[in-house]
Design a protein around this ligand. Structure first.
Ligand SMILES: [Zn+2]
Length: 260
């Protein structure tokens, strides 16, 4: 599976009440507008907020699409009446504000964001509610934020949770301790924020199995926004007292209680 690097640049923040940027339009903005391009040889996706028209209403979005001229393919140049007025390579993409932005727009929007456009700095009630209602959004957030969501779920279930440093070499994302009357149970938790089509393979489960003991854990938990390959499931079956595989449907169940 190839890794696609995404880059996202945003310079103008959305605020509630922001209008469409088309001259003379007084409609509320309904989409944030991005210039999109894809560099095949580098596996590199590029989003840059369209500073010539960062926000647009639905009517003008439709007009913009209907009246666009050119081929919407990577490295192409497409002429639009309202967006990409500086004629840059790439084409226009729209992100609906109504779905994500009012809730999730963070103040740190001027920074370079790897992986995905929307940057949220902390996991709070609002975010948990949002992903409970829109679980597939978990596949779009930064992997680090996904780890934080999983950590928060465990925390709220009464675990003592430690999120590990950003370095990946130890292969440990979350260390959780459940204090029981008979003693403490230690969990090594790894998170894989994958697209739906990308199953977690056996090698990830074997790797988890290999890091439980060095980290003085009792159990390993692999949590993914995707699902597990059949050989991964087969590998974990005889280890059911040691390894738990938790997939997207488990995540949905965990989050259900926040869907209020
Ligand atoms: Zn408009």
């Amino acid at each position: 599976m190839e890794i696609i690097v995404m880059e996202m640049k945003r310079t103008i923040e959305y605020r509630v009440g922001t209008n469409c940027y088309v001259d003379g339009c007084e409609n509320q903005a309904e989409f944030e507008v991005y210039l999109y391009d894809y560099y095949e040889n580098m596996n590199y996706e590029f989003f840059e907020q369209d500073f010539t028209c960062p926000f647009i209403c639905k009517r003008h979005m439709k007009e913009n699409e209907v009246r666009s001229q050119g081929e919407k393919k990577p490295r192409g140049i497409v002429d639009y009446p309202y967006t990409n007025r500086h004629g840059a390579q790439g084409y226009t993409k729209y992100f609906p504000i109504s779905e994500v932005f009012p809730l999730l727009y963070a103040s740190e929007s001027k920074i370079f964001v790897p992986e995905f456009p929307i940057l949220v700095s902390e996991v709070n009630d609002e975010l948990l509610k949002f992903v409970a209602k829109n679980p597939s959004y978990l596949r779009k957030i930064e992997p680090r934020l996904f780890e934080e969501v999983v950590a928060e779920i465990f925390r709220r279930k009464g675990y003592e949770v430690h999120v590990t440093q950003r370095t990946r070499d130890g292969g440990l994302d979350i260390y959780a301790i459940k204090h029981e009357i008979a003693g403490a149970m230690h969990f090594v938790i790894e998170c894989k924020r994958y697209a739906e089509s990308r199953k977690v393979g056996i090698e990830k489960v074997q790797r988890l199995n290999g890091i439980i003991d060095p980290n003085r854990g009792h159990r390993g938990v692999l949590v993914t926004t995707s699902s597990f390959s059949s050989d991964a499931i087969k590998f974990a079956q005889p280890l059911e007292h040691r390894i738990s595989l938790r997939d997207f449907s488990d995540l949905q169940n965990w989050l259900a209680e926040y869907n209020t």
